[in-house]
Design a protein around this ligand. Sequence first.
Ligand code: NAD
Length: 329
Amino acid sequence: MISTRLTELLHIRIPVVQGGMQWVGKPPLVSAVSNAGGLGILTALTQPSPDALRTAIRETRAATNKPFGVNITLLPAINPPDYEGYARAAVEEGVRIFETAGSNPGKLVSFFKAHGCIVIHKCTTIRHAKSAEMLGVDVLSIDGFECAGHPGEEDIGGLVLLARAAQELKTPYIASGGFADGRGLAAAIALGAAGINMGTRFMCTVESPIHHDVKNKIVTSTEQDTVHIFRTLHNTARVFKNSVSKQVVELERRPGGAQFADLRDLVSGARGKVVYDIGDPEYGIWSAGISMGLIKDIPTCEILLSRIESEAEEIIEGMRKQVNLKAKL
Ligand code: NAD
């Protein structure tokens, strides 16, 4: 058993969080992760309205009596969402764990803290992590350059970013970006983290609500199959490398660059959602991290989390034995 500040704070068995994922963080996956001993997180903006989020929260609660959370991500969006409405609905439904991500979470964090909630804030720089500490968040989710979705604009990989977090932060932090197995969990703990956050790995589980063909595509892909779009718009996103994302990058690279309006039809989340619905990985943009290179199967969440736990324990034990042996020599 790996007990950390995260497992104690959230009352979970395994220090593994399933982070927010647009179109993926729905009740079947969230409840399966929580039932398996991790923390499942519903993605608020995947629901079309705050009322639909209420329904999703009730569905999740019917499927698990374990803790779960709600993610609210603040990033540029084609139709700016009613963030406060989603936050209010979730608090009124009794949710007490939130994951915030993106820019300027101050108002949301104050609202959640005023209602006695635990807030995990995801960020990609130590500077932002320190600002979030000042806002009073309970846990930081430190997202390295390896991650799927939005890695920020500073391109610092997890190895240095997490070691910097160990130097600078007082608040417990979890390691995010590139984590998919027990080796990753053991490494994260060595880097001072209280657990890990996984996205892409959870997309590729039995309970993940996306088409089987997309899960198979993740299994057969490697760490070389992602690309960054929106670099020139300063809203960088790591997504699966397909004909659509390559076209976006080409448009951004042409002389004079591209405006968001030139890209909107190619990149819209509504089009990306179709990928997951019909199982065509070429249909639109979908997020994927370089952890794809580590993913070789489609297990249940229960099997995945038990495996991660035992692998990590074995590796930590192995390291301890190696150190003891060296000390004796
Ligand atoms: P969307 O259809 O509104 O936008 C598609 C993509 O274009 C997103 O990456 C978005 O950030 C980007 N974008 C939109 N307007 C932009 C602009 N003016 N300039 C630069 N980039 C712009 O996105 P969606 O799929 O409907 O998702 C809704 C929101 O949720 C977006 O803000 C998205 O970034 C965010 N999101 C959340 C998660 C999560 O884990 N919760 C994951 C992915 C995306």
